[in-house]
Each structure stands twice: as structure tokens, then as C-alpha cells.
Write a protein that binds this ligand. Structure first.
Ligand SMILES: [Zn+2]
Ligand SMILES: [Zn+2]
Length: 338
């Protein structure tokens, strides 16, 4: 199968690339052999990389969402739901899936196919083998996590300014109790702005260091998708990562942002919100719930009464969130805030 007929004549084919790089095929592991076979089969690096990138994104996104769809359908897990009164219906999940798929095919697919030429321009290895060692990958992944979290923190705050909120970010806030599929439910401009944070780290790193393989970028994208989907899952289990790594944000942190509309602008880590004081309302809410629960236990309230008490506090925070959102929209419309 060859796509060469439809492509510009200056595009070298894969066999020529491997020959000119002097690739030694005898020392490759199984994954590297499959990688070479894929590029030889498609015979055009732009299409080969584009297809893998798009299919990887789809497989990881929906693959990671499936366990959360199942968990939402099983009442047993409700005790760990952060907003137990708001479980997404299958209809809501399907509505969300349709918009996410539309955005994947119209916005993300063309962008992903543009990625290969940009990656090559900054010196990223794509078709090349062997793959990098995990010792080389680990610090690069840590750097991408740090960069994306910082980029997201500041651009997310910008998206909460009245005009940008009303015209762009409001779509993502449709769900005040998010679920996995809602991670990429957003305006196309938001997909581009926040996606920049994910991809600019690897591109900048590669531009300056000239030592990055696209496989490392794929590992990064996979971890980043897991992070985003899990943060929107709406569940905080005793075994969730934030209980093991205290500076990890997780669902417990981002769910509050959707529920109360304020605070917690970061993605992966808690430090920017902590250091810059944009987690004050979140922390006050957590200690309020904790104190109320303790007082309730001392008063001898039953498990049912304690649950009702917590539900009431969740509802109050949600109502405050609705008021805060209306205020931002009214500001954007230039109306006087009541
Ligand atoms: Zn937001
Ligand atoms: Zn969100």
C-alpha cells in the first residue's frame, strides 16, 4: 500500500530514510521492529505519524473513559462520588460524546496531521529507531508535566475573565458535576489554547535540546489524558493518587472547580493554587465539611443524617457556584452585578 502518488514529490519514502540513517535492524526489540514495519508499510512519515497520533489519542481517550462509564452505572461506587446527587445519565454522556467526537475529527485531527512537519522542524525523532531509554524519558516527562501544569494554571485563569468565559470557557463548565468524557468537552478555541500547553513543552524542549523521540511524546500524551479524564471522573477513592502523592491534584481538586466555579485552576499539581492563594475557598470548604462531620459524629448523628448533612453542604457550594458563574456572565454582558 502506498500513498506516494498523492503526496509531494520531495517527500522521501521510509526505506530511503532508514537507508540514509544507516539503521541497524538487527539490534531492534519487538516494539521497534513493529515501528519500522509500520513506517515501511505506510511509506510516508507524515501520514504514518499522523495516523498513529490520532488513533492513539482516540484509543486512550475513550479507553480511559469506559471504566468511569461503568463505575457511574454501579450504585455501589456512589459512596466515593464527590457530588453524589449528580450522577450523569446515559443521555448526558452520549450528548457529551457526540461533541467530543465532533471536536476530535474537525479540530484535533487536522492539528495532529500538522504535528509531524512541526516535530521534524524542531528536530524530533519520529520514524527513527531505536527508542530512547526510560532513564532519558523520565526527566523529560517530569518537565512536560511541570510545564503543562504551569501553562494551564495561567491560561485557565485567563479563560475565567468575563469575555473569554462567556464566549469560550462556558462550554466546558456546562457540567458542574463532571464525568470522565467531559474532560475534552470544550470550545474549539479552548481545545487549541489548552492543547498548546500539552504540546508546546515537548516542542520547546526539542528545539533547545535536540534530543526527543515521539515515543516519549506519546507516553506523555497518554499520561496527560489519564490525568485529565481522572480529574473529571467525579470520584475520590481512598486509593486515588492524591492520597499517595499529596501535591497531585486529582478529581477531588478539579471537581471543586466545576462545582463552586472558583479556585483550583491547575491540572496536575496543587502547588500553583497553593502558592498564589487560589485555593482558599476550596480549603475553607473542605475544613467546613470536615468540622461539620466531626460535630455531627459527636452529636451522635446516624450515617444517614451525616450523609444528608454533607449533601446539604455540597448543594450550598453548588448554589454559590451558580451565583459566581452568573456574575461573570453578567459582567461580560456589561450588566450591573446585583
Ligand atoms: Zn474553569
Ligand atoms: Zn474541567
Amino acid at each position: 500500500m502506498s500513498f506516494n502518488a498523492t503526496l509531494p514529490s520531495h517527500q522521501p519514502n521510509a526505506a530511503d530514510l532508514y537507508a540514509s540513517a544507516g539503521t541497524d535492524f538487527t539490534k531492534l526489540n519487538w516494539f521497534e521492529q513493529q515501528w519500522v514495519a509500520w513506517y515501511l508499510f505506510i511509506d510516508n512519515p507524515v501520514i504514518a505519524t499522523g495516523l498513529v497520533s490520532f488513533l492513539l489519542h482516540e484509543a486512550v481517550y475513550f479507553g480511559r473513559c469506559i471504566p468511569w462509564i461503568i463505575i457511574d452505572a454501579i450504585p455501589y461506587f456512589r459512596k466515593w462520588k464527590l457530588q453524589p446527587n449528580k450522577v450523569p445519565t446515559p443521555g448526558e454522556q452520549w450528548e457529551c460524546t457526540k461533541l467530543v467526537l465532533f471536536s476530535h475529527f474537525t479540530i484535533e485531527a487536522p492539528t495532529i496531521f500538522l504535528f509531524q512537519p512541526i516535530a521534524e522542524a524542531v528536530g524530533m525523532s519520529t520514524w527513527q529507531v531505536p527508542f530512547p531509554t526510560w532513564q532519558l524519558m523520565l526527566p523529560q516527562l517530569a518537565l512536560f508535566f511541570f510545564f503543562e501544569d504551569m501553562f494551564h494554571y495561567f491560561s485557565h485563569q485567563l479563560l475565567h475573565t468575563p469575555m473569554l468565559y462567556k464566549h469560550i470557557h462556558k462550554i466546558h463548565h456546562k457540567y458542574s458535576a463532571p464525568f470522565g468524557l467531559a474532560a475534552e468537552y470544550a470550545h474549539p478555541a479552548e481545545v487549541m489554547i489548552l492543547g498548546t500547553g500539552t504540546i508546546a513543552g515537548p516542542l520547546l524542549y526539542c528545539y533547545f535540546m535536540r534530543d526527543l523521540h515521539i515515543i516519549t511524546v506519546y507516553v506523555w500524551i497518554t499520561l496527560r489524558l489519564f490525568q485529565a479524564i481522572d480529574a473529571h471522573s467525579g470520584y475520590d477513592f481512598p486509593w486515588s493518587l492524591q492520597h499517595i502523592v499529596p501535591f497531585w491534584s486529582g478529581a477531588e481538586h478539579h471537581d471543586f472547580h466545576h462545582m463552586a466555579f472558583v479556585n483550583n485552576f491547575s491540572t496536575s499539581f496543587r502547588w500553583w493554587d497553593r502558592v498564589l492563594g487560589t485555593d482558599d475557598k476550596y480549603r475553607a470548604y473542605r475544613s467546613r465539611v470536615q468540622a461539620a462531620k466531626l460535630a455531627g459524629q459527636e452529636k451522635g448523628l446516624s450515617a444517614q443524617e451525616l450523609k444528608e448533612l454533607e449533601d446539604r453542604m455540597v448543594r450550598e457550594a453548588e448554589e454559590e457556584g451558580v451565583r459566581a458563574e452568573n456574575e461573570v456572565v453578567r459582567k461580560a454582558e456589561g450588566k450591573k452585578v446585583q
